[in-house]
Design a protein around this ligand. Structure first.
Ligand SMILES: Cc1cc2nc3c(=O)[nH]c(=O)nc-3n(C[C@H](O)[C@H](O)[C@H](O)COP(=O)(O)O)c2cc1C
Length: 386
């Protein structure tokens, strides 16, 4: 059955995950699905949602509803953003562009990672939707300047600086498969690819996906190593964020905060929003679930900045819980990755339709007609305490 026809049988992000598990070579699925270390944060991100329960205000007239939000002075039809996903071209041929087009069909922002396999002009031409850029800050200041300039010239509407990757984490699934840059074939990898013929057929014309965009901007002296470690600055701090504030006049965000005490520094640095994130459990193993720490951020920020959040969101109900606790919007990572791996642009559009339907049903059943009316009164910790 072809990938798009199969979508009729997909009714949840969990269904998409199962489909991606079957379609992708094991090394690619594990790159998407896995976390760092013992994967305790990966599990905790999802377990935390189970502990949060909703309280419906029914009966309320909910016959007219809207899921629209306002962010950076602009209205978006859904409280969702497609998170930056490095190497998305390994999930689907030119996967970044499929993500962009799928997000554009819902009018929501899509974030291009600088760890991408497509060029900036291709990315800008993919769909009519809002396009944001995410940067892994390289160790070299010249390269950092070049990235900021290229992103500005390309016309990205906003910039996310990822701050939770001072060093690469230990992702054991990737280590066991030898899924690393520079990519080297082994008999096990060849077998893996050969036993996933749908993926292999789709990818064959494009060759092995490489982070072409990163290679485009030198991140160190000629001949600097290809490993991710060499492309991340371990020296990234608030001074550098302030430098970006001077360079970048459009909306600027820091992605990867998990300590609410950093909120004050973010306000001082003049960023336009923060993204509370533990990188989907892919960086600091043992990190707190973002949904658990969100209320502390909300208290620290006191409404002075929009708070975006990601990590572990798999259903519209998860999204409603975060909005009720004070987030402005939710970034989805793996939910979009499983979908693009299943059916490219159509898959992403379908996944976002599923999330939209789930958010809408959850809000209606809670007796809420607009996002701004979601609040912490709708939420209880399991066991009943507020
Ligand atoms: C396959 C994959 C690749 C990712 N690549 C990037 C990246 O290039 N830059 C970045 O800031 N975050 C990256 N992330 C993290 C996501 O942007 C996001 O923080 C995370 O996926 C959210 O958690 P979730 O997957 O549970 O939704 C990646 C995540 C995944 C799953």
């Amino acid at each position: 059955m072809n990938a798009v026809r199969r979508l009729k049988q997909i009714h949840s992000i969990a269904d998409f995950r199962e489909r991606a598990r079957r379609t992708l070579p094991r090394m690619v699925f594990d790159y998407v699905d896995g976390g760092s270390g013992t994967e305790s944060t990966l599990r905790e991100n999802m377990a935390a949602f189970e502990r949060i329960r909703l309280v419906s205000a029914a009966p309320v007239d909910v016959s007219r509803r809207s899921l629209a939000i306002t962010l950076f002075g602009r209205e978006f039809p859904l409280p969702l953003i497609v998170a930056p996903l490095g190497l998305a071209s390994s999930f689907w041929a030119k996967g970044e562009l499929a993500l962009a087009r799928g997000a554009a069909r819902h009018g929501i922002p899509w974030v291009l990672s600088n760890n991408a396999s497509v060029m900036l002009d291709e990315a800008m031409a993919a769909g009519e939707g809002p396009k944001w850029f995410q940067l892994y800050v390289p160790p070299n200041r010249e390269a950092t300047k070049t990235w900021a300039r290229l992103a500005r010239e390309a016309g990205f509407e906003a910039l996310q600086i990822t701050v939770d990757t001072a060093v690469p984490s230990r992702r054991l699934r990737d280590m066991r498969h030898g899924f690393a840059m520079p990519f080297a074939w082994t008999p096990a990898k060849l077998f893996d690819v050969a036993t996933h013929p749908d993926w292999t057929r789709r990818m064959r014309p494009y060759g092995i996906p490489r982070p072409q965009l990163m290679f485009h901007v030198p991140w160190g002296p000629e001949g600097a190593p290809l490993e991710m470690r060499a492309r991340l600055s371990p020296a990234l701090d608030w001074d550098l964020i302030r430098w970006f504030r001077d360079e970048w006049t459009a909306p600027l965000m820091v992605k990867g905060l998990s300590d609410p005490r950093q909120a004050e520094a973010a306000l001082d640095a003049g960023v336009d929003a923060i993204v509370v994130s533990n990188h989907g459990g892919r960086q600091l193993d043992g990190a707190v679930a973002t949904i658990d720490i969100l209320p502390e951020f909300v208290a620290e920020v006191g409404g002075k900045l929009p708070i975006l959040i990601d990590s572990g969101f798999r259903t519209g109900t998860d999204v409603v819980k975060a909005l009720a606790l004070g987030a402005t919007a939710v970034q989805v990572g793996r939910a979009a990755a499983y979908a693009v791996a299943t059916a490219g642009e159509e898959g992403v559009a379908h996944a976002l339709s599923i999330l939209r339907a789930e958010i809408d049903a959850t809000m209606a059943l809670c007796g809420v007609t607009k996002i701004n009316d979601l609040n912490a009164r709708l939420v209880r910790r399991r066991g009943g305490e507020p």
